[in-house]
Each structure stands twice: as structure tokens, then as C-alpha cells.
Design a binder for this molecule. Structure first.
Ligand code: ZN
Length: 548
């Protein structure tokens, strides 16, 4: 991966219009110097989402999500940092410069770009063949018969491969080599179409770049017996790292804070058509680590839908375990045997509503399939032993005890993480720190006056210390600091924290430090005690002047 030059990153940040980027996700209204609207990250009726267009920051008072322009693009588009910069550069027509890399790396990057362009053209070509040719007629009829409307098929860029050498010849006239066609997985070694005569589903990364295809058998005389064939694993395509449909589902997954994971490509289409925009497919029954990483950028809640046969398979269970271990809240929707989500779109919402939590599902499954009560007991003990302690585990243990007719001994279990500390949980002293940082965060002159004179010892909260260090230029901002800055900025605005408040808070923090030192002295060093009491009196006088 070539690194984007910092100057290019700055150029992109400067060129991008924060309001425009956010407006693509939610309607904003101008209020004073800021913009407000309904939060694109959680469902709400009254707007609590606030955007600072000048400093390009956002913050939601409802769900407490906040950050800068880059964070916003990363979260809503499901991208990493470099991808977010590239995404913005695309939109604002900035030519990115990359750090000097070796000629080999550079050549690799150029080759990858060419292959991606080739895949993009192939997807368009297959799409035209499906929608604009006579040969596509029976396939269009087949899709209609499956209940899939043209709109959703076009959204997901379905296509038809004509077979033979049509695609290869066309690509060659555009300057692509045989080697590139093979590398992209579009033709076989003999130069023939890899997916001859099949219905093709482009498989794209979260940015919508086509990396491969899945192809469904349509004809009895298709020489390949498999119902579905995917692109061969190669330079672009890696089956285990893609989540089918995530490019289409990203926004809905982020907004619903949930991903519904099904098995089949057409299940995804059917559910999208039925209004479940957060449906994606797992490309096989087991979720992989790279897939979970992609999903995690958007949500922590997964609803896994399997037909009853697949649901109990070892690979499926491993995928669930992986997801639970990665911190996802996992719910299982087991469909009756032989029923696909595509056949059951009606009432699918209710099925989701009735989805069973992973722990309950797993324990029930272990009990049902254990050959003896003794083995069931041992399996259940082991599953529950690994689960975090909490009400869910207790409920499930009670259920298992009832089913097995024996009381279960639960180990202490793993500790549940404490989660993020929200502002509301801060003690009074830390609130002072936070409010001072908020009042000054985006005003350099106030930082100079009221933050720079303070030191680390003025701040108890570790995050506040890092914010101080960042504001006075001693440290770089990381993601957590950026998110906190966005929150501070929005808080300052909504609570009208101005210079006067900053001065008062500054004095209060000074006062706290002096009082602490006095307490530590316990009157032992008389000279220092007198000196500090003098300082304290001055601070208190100053506090009276600011009307506190
Ligand atoms: Zn929100």
C-alpha cells in the first residue's frame, strides 16, 4: 500500500465541504454558524446532530458519536483512513500524491488499477448483455419469475455472460492483455469466458469496486455442474474477505446499527427489495475474520439467518464464535429447513424481531443434539463458562437447568467490558476539566490564554490530558482525541461556553491544584503554606470578579 502524502491529506481536508458530505446522509438546517439535522447514526425524531462547517467537525448529542470530516466518511462509508482520503479526493477532484515508493510497488499499484478498471468494464458489459440483448430475454424472465424487479437487479449490477470470446476480444481492443484477462479471472487459460452463459453477480468491496463475480448456472447443458461458481482466487479476488452487498448496504447497516447476514446473493436482493437495506451475504456459511473487520466499522450487531440445516454446522458455529469473540452482539434467525430468506421476505421483520441471542441459541442447540444428558450438561457448562457474566448468562443457565433437570455451577465468567465512559459519568472535577477544554477547543486565542498555562497535573482524566497535549501542540490527535474534540466543540456551542466561562473554569482548576498541594503539606512547610494561601486568595478574588 502506497502512503498518501500528508500534504495531499491536508489538501483533501481543505477542499472537502463538510456540510455537503454530511448532507448526502442527512438533511441539515443552518442554525447560526452551525448546521443541525437528524443523526445519520441513530434513529431519532428531533435533530440532535450538529455540524461545525469551519472546523469540519460533527457531534450527536443523542448517541454521542462525534469526529471530524474523515471520521464521518470512514463511519458512513465503512472505509479505513486511506480509503476515506481517496474517496474524498475522488469527489473533490484532488490529485493525490503518494510517498515515493519503489518502482516495483508503483508497478504493482498501476497493475491493480488496470485490473480494477477491467473488472468495472466487464461488469458493465455483462449488464448490457442481460438488459439490452435478445439473449438476455429468458434470463430477464427468470429473474421476474423469482420476484426480483429490474430496479434491484440493476442496483446490484446483475449481468449475463455471453460465453465464447466476446468479452476477451472486446477487452483486447481496449488494450488489455491476455495475461490481464486471466489475472482478473475473466477468461480461462484457453481464452474463453470464465462464466460462459451464466447469470453474474458482481462482487464488490465496500467502496463498490468490483473484485470478482459470482455466477449462477442457468442451463442444463452448462458443462460446470456447480450451481454457483465464483471468480478464481487471484490478485483481486479473495473470497474470504468480501461481504456480498456491503457496498449497497453500508449506509443502512450504519443507520440501523445492524447487519442482517444471509447466505445467498438472491436472498440479499430479495430482502433489499422488501426494504431491508441492511442485508448482506457471507459468501459461505462461516463468517471470517476479515469479513468481521469490515462489518465492525459499521455496526456491532449481527443477525445471522441460516436455513436449519446450515445453522448447526460446525463451520457456521465457528463463524458465530468468531463474531462473539470479536465483540459482536449476535442473534440467530433459524429458518425452517429448505426455506431461503428470498422465499420468506413477508414476515421477515417479525422473524428478525424474534431472533434468538447467540448464547440461548447455542445452549439450546447443544442440549438438542447431545447424545446423552451427561454430554449435554458438559457442553452447556463449557459454553456458559466462556460467556461473560450477566443477566443474559443467568437467564440461559436457568433455562438449561430446567431442561436438563440439574442445577448448573457457573464459573465467574469473563468480565464484561465497561464500555466507554460518557460525559455524564464524569465526576464534578472532571466536568470542570471537560468544560474548560470545550470552551477553548476551537479558539486558538483561548487555548493560549487558558490551556497553555496549565499542566498535566491540572487534569485528572487521561483523555483530558491528551486533549490538552494536542491543543498546545505537544502531541498529535488520534481518533479518540478527534472524537472528543468534536464533542467538546458541539458542547461549547450548545452551552454557550465563552471566554468568561473559560476564565472561571481556568481559575477553578488552578484553585483545585493549589488546594491539593495545601492538603498534602498539612501545615508542615510553613513558608510554602503561606505562599500558597496567598495564591489561593488571589484566585478567589479573581473568581469573585468573574461573578462566580
Ligand atoms: Zn446520533
Amino acid at each position: 500500500m502506497a502512503l498518501i502524502k500528508p500534504s495531499s491529506v491536508e489538501e483533501v481536508k481543505a477542499a472537502a465541504d463538510m456540510v455537503e458530505v454530511v448532507q448526502a446522509r442527512t438533511q441539515l438546517r443552518r442554525v447560526g454558524s452551525r448546521w443541525q439535522g437528524r443523526c445519520p447514526f441513530h434513529e431519532e425524531r428531533t435533530p440532535s446532530f450538529s455540524v461545525n462547517p469551519a472546523d469540519k467537525l460533527f457531534y450527536c448529542f443523542g448517541c454521542q458519536k462525534g469526529g471530524d470530516l474523515i471520521t464521518f466518511v470512514r463511519e458512513t462509508e465503512g472505509l479505513d483512513f486511506a480509503q476515506a482520503i481517496e474517496w474524498l479526493a475522488d469527489r473533490y477532484r484532488i490529485q493525490l500524491e503518494y510517498e515515493e515508493s519503489s518502482p516495483q510497488l508503483e508497478a504493482g499499484r498501476r497493475r491493480r488499477e488496470r485490473l480494477l478498471a477491467l473488472m468495472e468494464q466487464a461488469a458493465t458489459f455483462y449488464g448490457r448483455h442481460l438488459w439490452e440483448t435478445e439473449a438476455g430475454g429468458p434470463v430477464r424472465a427468470y429473474l421476474a419469475e423469482r420476484g426480483l424487479l429490474e430496479e434491484v437487479c440493476r442496483d446490484f449490477r446483475l449481468g449475463l455472460s455471453p460465453g465464447g470470446t466476446v468479452l476477451a476480444e472486446k477487452a483486447r481492443t481496449k488494450g488489455y492483455s491476455q495475461d490481464e484477462l486471466v489475472a482478473a479471472g475473466l477468461v480461462n487459460r484457453r481464452g474463453n469466458d470464465y462464466f460462459a452463459g451464466r447469470l453474474v453477480f458482481p462482487l464488490a468491496d465496500p467502496r463498490g469496486r468490483v473484485l470478482g463475480f459470482g455466477a449462477r448456472r442457468l442451463h442444463e447443458d452448462d458443462p460446470i455442474p456447480a450451481k454457483y461458481v465464483n471468480s478464481p482466487e487471484g490478485e483481486l479476488f479473495r473470497k474470504g474477505s468480501l461481504v456480498y452487498g456491503l457496498d449497497q448496504a453500508r449506509a443502512a447497516v450504519a443507520k440501523e446499527d445492524r447487519a442482517v447476514i444471509v447466505e445467498g446473493y438472491t436472498d440479499v436482493l430479495a430482502l433489499h427489495q422488501a426494504g431491508l437495506g441492511d442485508a448482506v451475504a457471507s459468501m459461505g456459511t462461516a463468517l471470517t475474520q476479515p469479513q468481521l473487520k469490515e462489518l465492525r466499522r459499521l455496526t456491532r450487531r449481527l443477525y445471522l439467518c441460516f436455513d436449519a440445516d446450515a445453522a448447526g454446522q460446525a463451520a457456521t458455529l465457528r463463524g458465530m464464535e468468531l463474531a462473539v469473540a470479536a465483540g459482536f452482539e449476535v442473534r440467530i434467525v433459524a429458518l425452517p429447513p429448505g426455506l431461503d430468506p428470498a422465499d420468506a421476505v413477508e414476515g421477515f421483520g417479525e422473524r428478525l424481531g424474534a431472533a434468538e441471542g447467540y448464547l440461548a441459541y447455542r445452549v439450546r442447540l447443544e442440549i438438542e443434539r447431545a447424545p446423552s444428558k451427561q454430554e449435554a450438561f458438559e457442553q452447556v457448562q463449557s459454553v456458559l463458562g466462556q460467556a461473560p457474566a450477566g443477566p443474559e448468562r443467568e437467564d440461559v443457565a436457568r433455562y438449561a437447568s430446567d431442561r436438563l433437570g440439574v442445577p448448573l455451577r457457573l464459573a465467574a465468567g469473563t468480565r464484561q467490558s465497561l464500555g466507554e465512559v460518557s460525559t455524564r459519568l464524569l465526576d464534578a472535577g472532571e466536568r470542570l476539566e471537560r468544560r474548560l477544554l470545550a470552551a477553548c477547543a476551537t479558539k486558538p486565542e483561548l487555548v493560549e490564554r487558558y490551556i497553555r498555562p496549565l499542566g498535566e497535573r491540572h487534569f485528572d482524566n487521561p483523555l483530558h490530558r491528551r486533549l490538552r497535549a494536542y491543543l498546545v501542540g505537544e502531541a498529535e490527535a488520534d481518533r479518540e482525541v478527534v472524537a472528543a474534540l468534536a464533542e467538546l466543540d458541539a458542547t461549547a456551542e450548545s452551552e454557550h461556553l465563552g471566554e468568561e466561562t473559560a476564565r472561571e473554569l481556568f481559575l477553578r482548576l488552578e484553585e483545585r491544584v493549589v488546594r491539593r498541594e495545601l492538603a498534602e503539606l498539612r501545615g508542615e512547610d510553613m513558608a510554602r503554606t503561606v505562599e500558597l494561601q496567598g495564591v489561593l486568595t488571589k484566585i478567589q478574588d479573581a473568581l469573585q470578579k468573574v461573578g462566580a
